[in-house]
Design a protein around this ligand. Sequence first.
Ligand SMILES: Cc1cc2nc3c(=O)[nH]c(=O)nc-3n(C[C@H](O)[C@H](O)[C@H](O)COP(=O)(O)OP(=O)(O)OC[C@H]3O[C@@H](n4cnc5c(N)ncnc54)[C@H](O)[C@@H]3O)c2cc1C
Length: 368
Amino acid sequence: MSAQSCDVLIIGGGISGLMSAWFLQQAGRQVTLIERHVCGREASWAGGGILSPMYPWRYPDAVNVLAQHSQPQFEPLSAELAELTGIDPEYFPTGMLMLDSEQWETAQAWCERWGYVLEVLDDRALSVFEPRLHTARKLALWMPEIASIRNPRMVKALAKAVQLKGVALMEHTPAEAIDPSAERVRVRTPQGWLEAEDVVVTAGAWSAQLVPELPIEPVRGQIVAIDAPVGFLHHMVMEQDRYLIPRKDGLILVGSTVEQAGFDKRTDEAAREALLSFAYARYPELAMFEVAHHWAGLRPGNPDSIPYIGAHPAHARLWLNTGHFRNGVVTSIASAQLLRALIQVETPPFDPSPYALERSHALSVSAP
Ligand SMILES: Cc1cc2nc3c(=O)[nH]c(=O)nc-3n(C[C@H](O)[C@H](O)[C@H](O)COP(=O)(O)OP(=O)(O)OC[C@H]3O[C@@H](n4cnc5c(N)ncnc54)[C@H](O)[C@@H]3O)c2cc1C
């Protein structure tokens, strides 16, 4: 059975796949990316675009290494993509205000260790800082360096950019199965077999359908968006896992739920009410504006929140860049750069071992 030949074949056109394509193409590889539907319409579209883990001190160092390595690169990359494609990913340095100050000592120690600025605001400072905010809290935490990105535009720009740079992008082409046993890894699609020197799985929440050893499961998240006027909200505001994110055109995202619902992407009224009641309690004036959108997406959840980046333990030319759970946007640049270094046998930008699939207890593989 003949197969169409590729150099690098990437499966999945979310931010993980598109960013991998961007950096591998820059390394001189001929990249083909297959996407079962349309690129950038799943989790990477549905997310909030906060360029930090929420309460980063709650995450393993391995996640924060990826985030910190990526963060300074978003502004120049956004500018480059806007210039190249005409689509502005809207890097927005609003800072991140956290109303939960209970953990401020932990937060302060963590920020000192990682080199982030953290300020503790008292209620007077808070009322000047966010005058429309209603809260009885006496203290809040402020991280001025944290930005957001308009992720749907980021993935749209990336999809256009990689094509302009020569990546072959095949939409409506699902990978049905991977056969890694031959010298060149083979991938079955409805249009026939593809084979490649290197195959990369970036299929997000669906990755375990292709590589069953991956302990990745979908975790649904719902967001509502309120059509507020420009400048209504100046900063990202968080409290007890809920958040408000301002976009440059005034739209305010209110997120998010964390639900085990399988591959069900439907939204529901209970989530909408819970998110809106959080938003209206903190900013009562928001009730005057229209709720413009309500959507859900499936995060690629995994047991320890650390993505899987690197070669499959039993198949050296089958690569993974998946399982980014709640942080797949902020960690996308460093994840793709690490993947590129491993594939191209370059010096990795940081220790790759925490991202190896071998760490997973669910895995039981023997080398072929
Ligand atoms: C509500 C919500 C809020 C979030 N907020 C943030 C945030 O503020 N900051 C942050 O950093 N992260 C956030 N995230 C997480 C982030 O969105 C994800 O971690 C990230 O988008 C995962 O990217 P991905 O490319 O791996 O997956 P996806 O974007 O889901 O892309 C996977 C792609 O693979 C394709 N695919 C699947 N199976 C196949 C197949 N067999 N063949 C071909 N293609 C296939 C899919 O169609 C899809 O396009 C949020 C997520 C949600 C849902």
